[in-house]
Write a protein that binds this ligand. Structure first.
Ligand SMILES: *Cc1c(COP(=O)(O)O)cnc(C)c1O
Length: 393
């Protein structure tokens, strides 16, 4: 079915639909590494791009392409590229667009490995990087150089929930011939459409909200412009970070309920954020939907909702964090986010334990900070679970 002019929910279910000779209702798993040519001319025509068709799964596969088409429609992009993980999406973008002597500017408090791979690996190939608080556009202006090729932003950030004005930074970047890539993992296209706000590329860890069931690791890149898309696709095919057909099938199934899941999680997140804000053991709460969030107005403007991610600070610091982690029963003590199950995490003792206290504080991660990903369980049960554990602090 043609879904270009359909609503978001119809796209979730039907975009990327595909007709096969058996009338399959859903895209089957084409678990094959390679595809037969009818004859030598057919093989030659496929390689020359004179005829559409499949050659080899790293280059393209119907199950994977169906998912790519769906994601591209959901983000209002030209075409999509599905890859093995969110980090494969990040590194494909860096690899395709950066090089010796070129410069990238990114959000300082971005997903750790997205920054780490620039500092540790791309630096070895002569790529320069500046990490700034992109929620303050003046800080970006200060570090733009003639060799800046890419502005890479994450909004809201993890776990500090800072918001960057996508439209404003895209205008600034484009005036300086800089491409903009937005990591849209925290929002998913249900809440935020960076390409509509001016970005050139959007990427996802589809491990999180898009797949939504904590059973698959995957990533995707969607480009607005055919030329940029071609560069990214070529790099992915050569670097070999492609998704697997079985993985693509799982994601195609998971994403169909994105709106239903996000709506439910978000309703609960709003209630839980307010409840936490009034709790005696809680010092502060960061949630874009709260009036107390410094960028609440910007969130209302560029997001169509406030999402399911909450950060909060416990009055009792590090020890209180450990007590909460050890006493929740419904909330799963685990990293990752965006699944149907509620997840809780204490960065100071877990994801960021490798950093010194000073480095953590510089990154906005206080000892009592808790990161919370709200699932689709009954909201009352989540609150009861938190209350029972908070009582012990
Ligand atoms: C998880 C995550 C990634 C990395 O994705 P993987 O699927 O784990 O490789 C990148 N960006 C953000 C914002 C994430 O949350």
């Amino acid at each position: 079915m043609e879904t270009k002019n359909s609503g978001f929910n119809t796209k979730l279910v039907h975009a990327g639909d595909y007709e096969d000779c058996l009338g399959s209702a859903v895209m089957p798993i084409y678990q094959t590494s390679t595809f037969k040519f009818r004859n030598s001319k057919h093989g030659a025509d496929l390689f020359a791009g004179k005829e559409p068709g499949y050659i080899y799964t790293r280059i393209g596969n119907p199950t994977i392409n169906s998912l790519e088409d769906k994601l591209a429609e959901l983000e209002n992009g030209y075409r999509g590229i599905a890859v093995a993980s969110g980090m494969a999406a990040v590194t494909t973008v860096y690899m395709a667009l950066l090089g010796q002597g070129l410069h990238v500017i990114t959000t300082d408090a971005m997903y750790g490995p997205s920054r780490g791979v620039l500092e540790r690996d791309f630096s070895r190939f002569g790529v320069e990087a500046d990490f700034v608080d992109t929620s303050d556009i003046e800080q970006i202006k200060k570090v733009i150089k003639p060799n800046t090729k890419l502005l890479y932003i994450e909004t809201p950030t993890n776990p500090t929930i800072a918001i960057t004005d996508i439209k404003a930074v895209c205008e600034l970047a484009h005036k300086n011939n800089i491409l903009v890539c937005v990591d849209n993992t925290f929002c998913s296209p249900y809440l935020q459409k960076p390409l509509d706000l001016g970005a050139d590329i959007v990427l996802h860890s589809i491990t999180k909200f898009i797949n939504g069931h904590a059973d698959i690791v995957g990533g995707a890149i969607i480009a607005k412009d055919p030329e940029v898309y071609k560069r990214l696709r070529q790099t992915m095919v050569y670097m070999g970070g492609n998704m697997d057909p079985h993985q693509a099938y799982m994601v195609s199934r998971g994403v169909k309920t994105l709106s239903l899941r996000m709506e439910k999680s978000e309703q609960s997140a709003r209630v839980i954020a307010e409840w936490l804000e009034n709790h005696s053991k809680v010092e502060w709460v960061k949630y874009p939907g709260l009036k107390s969030h410094p960028q609440h107005e910007l969130a209302k403007k560029q997001m169509s909702g406030f999402g399911a991610m909450i950060s909060f600070g416990l009055k009792g610091g590090f020890k209180a964090g450990e007590i909460l982690m050890d006493n929740v029963k419904l909330c799963l003590l685990a990293v990752s986010l965006g699944g149907v199950e509620t997840l809780i995490q204490h960065p100071a003792s877990m994801t960021h334990a490798g950093l010194s206290k000073e480095a953590r504080e510089e990154a906005g991660i206080s000892d009592g900070l808790v990161r919370f990903s709200v699932g689709i369980e009954d909201c009352d049960d989540i609150i009861t679970d938190l209350e029972n554990a908070l009582k012990l602090i």
